[in-house]
Design a protein around this ligand. Structure first.
Ligand SMILES: *Cc1c(COP(=O)(O)O)cnc(C)c1O
Length: 408
């Protein structure tokens, strides 16, 4: 998006504000589709925990996406946005049997990732088809916080426990219709992904009535210049060829599913804040903005890097700043960043603010969560209003402490 457009949105809608570029989301979706155009039955289920605004879900639906959900509330959001239950997959971790049963009742595809729930669900509902999430024990990416396929991960059923799964299936007569893996949030290496896929294929061969294989996500998007980005086109070519061979061996043409979150929405998002104060200390120049980890927590939570630009004066002489928030804790967005010279009142834009940004926002320090804007058809649409004081206190109950109650 043009910086001048972002700036005028901040002027018009106020700040802090999240802005999403619908064009970029569509581009990424089409890119993924094209990379796998050789696959007869391709299904893309948008992992909506990345950005779950109803209008974003509506946009995904319009493009032909399905939905990957991790809570019953996300399932309900999907239904509200117009998805049919059959276009939603429920892939939770550590939720109760009751929640899974609720989702099954709505009619969404169930994905189970532990043996105990699998056994209970299969015993009670042998006629509802279930997908199983396996843990292939593969480390994708270097950061153990976000690589969930390794040995100590809480996600998935270990591939070493497949004999147990088979015994449960035999005893309950349940129907396993899909096998799923999601190895983590950063695939650095296509070879690692293909290696994990081999494990998925091997596992799949042990189930006779599959309808789909779900390869999860973890596609990497660039966060700064020179960052590695998953080469989707190359992955598409290699995996398509291998998938075809698998289907031949298996004896039927299965559906191939992905569930990207970050890949579809990260780069489409901008978070716009205003600089309240420029504060020079003995060693650092701080730019203090009208936000904090209440609105964008990724830099503090996982050390993520978000590029920061001064869109008010993009051509100014670059200087070094440490950009911090207004929360009464350490809330550093970025240290020693080269940014075009900042004056108080300037608007800064954080990039890659589409995925896991607004959805992780809170009301800490009793601040309002920001508005969300969708830039669609060359127009700014408010898709979430900024909160108000009424929203902050809506569910709270102020007890009356003045009234003297006689005890006894
Ligand atoms: C979060 C999640 C995704 C999406 O991951 P991204 O890195 O955002 O693409 C996919 N599948 C499951 C099961 C998830 O929990």
């Amino acid at each position: 998006m043009k910086e001048s457009t972002l700036l005028s949105i901040a002027k018009q809608e106020g700040h802090p504000v999240y802005v999403y570029d619908a064009n970029k989301i569509e581009q990424q979706f089409t890119r993924l589709q094209n990379a796998f155009k050789g696959v007869e039955k391709l299904r893309i289920n948008y992992a909506c925990k990345a950005l779950s605004n109803l209008s974003i879900l509506g946009l995904m639906k319009k493009m032909g996406s399905g939905l990957d959900t991790v809570s019953i509330q996300e399932v309900q959001m999907g239904i509200k946005a117009g998805f049919k239950p059959k276009d939603i997959i429920f892939t939770p971790n550590g939720v109760s049997l009751e929640e899974i049963e609720k989702a099954a009742k709505i009619g969404v595809q169930i994905n189970i990732d532990n043996l105990s729930i699998l056994e209970q669900f299969g015993t009670k509902h042998p006629n509802i088809p279930v997908c199983i999430r396996i843990n292939p024990h593969v480390m994708a990416g270097g950061n153990s916080n976000i690589s969930v396929g390794h040995i100590d991960s809480k996600f998935g059923i270990s591939i070493h426990q497949i004999p147990h799964v088979l015994r449960i299936v035999e005893n309950t007569k349940m129907h396993i219709n899909g096998v799923h893996m999601h190895t983590g949030s950063d695939i650095l290496d296509i070879e690692v992904f293909l290696y994990a896929s081999e494990i998925l294929f091997d596992t799949a061969l042990q189930f006779k009535n599959l309808e789909f294989l779900d390869f999860g996500s973890g596609f990497k998007v660039p966060y700064r210049e020179g960052d590695i980005e998953t080469n989707i086109e190359e992955l598409g070519e290699k995996l398509t060829e291998r998938f075809h061979r698998f289907c031949e061996t298996y004896g039927s043409t299965l559906e191939l599913a992905f569930e990207p979150g970050k890949f579809l929405v990260s780069q489409a998002g901008y978070f716009l804040v205003q600089v309240n104060a420029v504060k020079q200390t003995t060693s650092t120049v701080f730019a203090q903005v009208d936000s904090g980890f209440n609105h964008l927590i990724r830099p503090m939570l996982y050390g993520s890097h978000h590029e920061i630009k001064n869109i008010s004066k993009p051509n100014g002489k670059e200087r070094f700043y440490t950009v911090v928030g207004y929360i009464c804790e350490t809330d550093t967005f970025g240290s020693n960043r080269k940014i075009a010279e900042i004056s108080e009142g300037d608007i800064l834009a954080f990039q890659n603010a589409g995925a896991y940004c607004f959805t992780m926002a809170s009301n800490y320090n009793s601040r309002f969560r920001p508005a969300e804007i969708l830039w669609y058809n060359n127009q700014a649409h408010v898709i979430r209003k900024r909160e108000t004081f009424e929203d902050l206190v809506y569910n709270q109950v102020l007890l009356d402490f003045k009234e003297k109650k006689v005890v006894g």
